[in-house]
Design a protein around this ligand. Structure first.
Ligand SMILES: C[S@@+](CC[C@H](N)C(=O)[O-])C[C@H]1O[C@@H](n2cnc3c(N)ncnc32)[C@H](O)[C@@H]1O
Length: 253
């Protein structure tokens, strides 16, 4: 069970009611801020993560810094419609596809995928309740850099669950594409945002059971993001480079 507390920014007792409601919703304790620093709150409550209900948008204060929803590289990756992102290419998306993102994280990939759909949807599963909350709120209220991304955000539904449990409840062939981007096992992260996610994300590797369930649930494709040298036991029908040492692989169904 993941542990966290919910509080407000300093001197913002006016936000306490909202923070209390959020805490109840997420089933974490609400702790009044009482002018304390995050370090003190962390020490006193014995948790790593503090969800702060602020005016603009909620954020999570981790020992490595502040984690908040932002569009990340989704703007750049969706800028040129003539040059689709490798993730969109390998998915061979149709406008009305239903895509299951089993590891939505901060939803950058989900936004890129959703931007290529018209009547379709992306269902994004995230096991960490704080991340799922940040993303749900972010997709609803973030000021996106393009109308394309703003429309994409509306096509994404987030669900707080373990993807194996979720997949087991899905009917056969109920999504066109199922996608996994589990945390890489080595902690050598390029971005500080990834380091902060790692503080609270589920870091377990992708399980064989989840892959087997995904094959059953996917009508057309299962796509896995990996690092060079990993997933050597899986048979891919196609692989596309996704940046430095990273690839997208389409599983043989
Ligand atoms: C590498 S991040 C995904 C990043 C995402 N593709 C993006 O573009 O922002 C992996 C995410 O999957 C989540 N995760 C890991 N195992 C999971 C599971 N069994 N069920 C649901 N989510 C899981 C982690 O908590 C983490 O947030």
């Amino acid at each position: 069970m993941f542990n966290a507390i919910v509080t407000t920014p300093r001197k913002r007792t006016d936000l306490e009611e909202r923070a209390r409601t959020t805490a109840e919703l997420l089933k974490f304790p609400f702790v009044p801020r009482n002018e304390r620093s995050y370090e003190t709150l962390r020490r006193e409550s014995g948790v790593k993560a503090i969800l702060v209900v602020a005016d603009e948008a909620p954020f999570v204060q981790t020992p490595k810094g502040r984690l908040f929803f932002h569009e990340n590289t989704a703007g750049k990756r969706t800028k040129d419609r003539q040059k689709p992102d490798p993730l969109v290419r390998i998915m061979e998306l149709q406008p009305d596809d239903a895509v299951l993102d089993c590891t939505i994280g901060l939803a950058c990939d989900a936004l890129v995928v959703a931007a290529s759909l018209k009547d379709g949807k992306v269902v994004g599963v995230e096991v960490n309740p704080l991340l799922e909350y940040l993303v749900r709120e972010g997709l609803r209220s973030y000021n996106f850099s393009s109308s394309r991304l703003a429309a994409a955000a509306k096509r994404i539904i987030t669900i707080n669950a373990d993807h194996l449990d979720f997949l087991r409840r899905c009917e056969d062939d109920s999504f066109d594409v199922v996608y996994f981007d589990a945390m890489f096992t080595s902690g050598v992260e390029a971005s500080s945002s990834m380091q902060r996610i790692r503080e609270i994300a589920e870091n377990a590797p992708l399980s064989n059971e989840a892959v087997a369930e995904a094959r059953r649930v996917a009508r057309r494709k299962v796509i896995i993001k990996g690092r060079r040298g990993c997933f050597t036991d899986l048979q891919f029908s196609e692989i596309l480079p996704a940046g430095n040492r990273v690839f997208y692989g389409a599983l043989k169904l």
